[in-house]
Design a protein around this ligand. Sequence first.
Ligand SMILES: *Cc1c(COP(=O)(O)O)cnc(C)c1O
Length: 398
Amino acid sequence: MIKLSGRLAGLEESVTLAITAKARALKAEGKDIIGFGAGEPDCDTPENIKEAAIKAIKDGQTKYTPVGGINELKDAVIGKFERDNRLQYSREEIIVSCGGKHSIFNLFQSILDHGDEVIIPAPYWVSYPVMVMLGGGVPRVVYTKESEGFRMSPEAFEAHISKRTKAVVINSPSNPTGAAYTAAELEKLADVAMRHKLLIVSDEIYEKLTYDGLASSSIASVDDEVKKNTMVLNGVSKAYSMTGWRIGYAAGPKEIVKAMTNIQSQSTSNPTSISQWAAVEALNGPQEAVGVMTKEFEKRRNAMVDGLNAIPGVSSIRPQGAFYVFANISGTLGRRVDGKTINGSVDMANYLLDSAGIAVVPGEPFGDDSFIRLSYATSMKNVVDGVRRIGEAVGELK
Ligand SMILES: *Cc1c(COP(=O)(O)O)cnc(C)c1O
C-alpha cells in the first residue's frame, strides 16, 4: 500500500457527512424524514440566470477562458463591490474561482508558510481549519460565547495573536451561527488586525441574507488601509441559489490575487465558462429574487427560533443572517432514553434522526458540542412540523 501524505494528518471525513448519508438512506427506505441539514437555499436558480447560461452555450462560450475569469464577470464583480460596499477595485485585484470555497483554499495556499497561524473564531465553518492546515498553517481558534452573540471581542482576538499570526478569518454573517457584526464592531476588529499587521480574510458569502433590516457591511470598507490588507471572499452560490454552478470570487491586494491565479492556472484552470456568463447575469441583472428569498427566510427563522425556544432544555438566540439556527442543547445533555445517554451533539443528532426522523447537523465539527445546527432553507411546513417533532422527541428524554 502507498503511504498517504503527512499533510493529510488533520484531514478527517466530516461527521456531518455520516449523518447526511444516514438521513438519505432512511429517506430511500421510504421513512418520513425532515431535513434541516441543507447548506444551500431551497429555491431554484432564477430564470434569467438560467437563460444567460443557455445563451452562452448557444453562442459557443464553451472554451477555456482567462484563468481568473472573463473580463465581463470581473467587471460585474467590480460593479457589485461599488454598488453594495462602496469599494473600488481594478480587474487585477479580482479573481473568479470554482466556488467561494476554491477562492479561500487558493488564498491559504498563497499566503501561508509552514507554522504560520490563522485566527479562526469558533463556531466556525468546518472548512477553514482544514484549509489552513492543508496550506501548512496552524489554526488558532478563538471560542466565542452564545451570550455575546457568538461574536469575537477585540480583546479575545488580540489575546490570541502571536509572532506567527498571519491572518484572521471573519465570517459575517456566519455559518453556522448566523451572527453578524455591526460596522462599529468590524472597525474595532480591523484596528487590532492593522496594529498587528495581519491579513483580514473576510468571508462575506451570506452578505445578502440578513434580517430585521440589518445591512451587512464589509470590513474592507472601514478605511483604505484596511482595504489594502483585506481579502474579501464572496460568490453567487448563496445569494442567487447557484451552489451547483461553482462560481466564487475574491477581491484584494493584486500580489495575492496574482498568486491565487497562478495556483489556479496550474490546477483547475478557469471556472466553467457557461457558469461565468450566468454569474454575469446574476450580478448585473434584476435583484428582486434576492429580496423575495430573504423575506421568506426571515419568516422561517422566526418560526424556528420561537418553536425551539418553547422546548424545555433547548434554546436559540435570533440569528441576524444566513439561513441557520445554532441551537443550544446543553439543557438536554446527560438525559437518557432507552438506556442511552445523550452526551453531546452527535448523540443528539443521531437520536433525533432515529426517533423523530429529523436530520440536523451536530455542532461538534463547528467547534461546539453543546449545539446543533438547523437550516431553515426548507419549507415553512417542514420548519413547523420538524420543530414540533423535535419537541416531542426531546420530551421523551429523562
Ligand atoms: C457556502 C459557503 C461558502 C462558499 O460556497 P461555494 O459554494 O463554494 O461558493 C463559503 N463560506 C461559507 C461560510 C459557506 O457557508
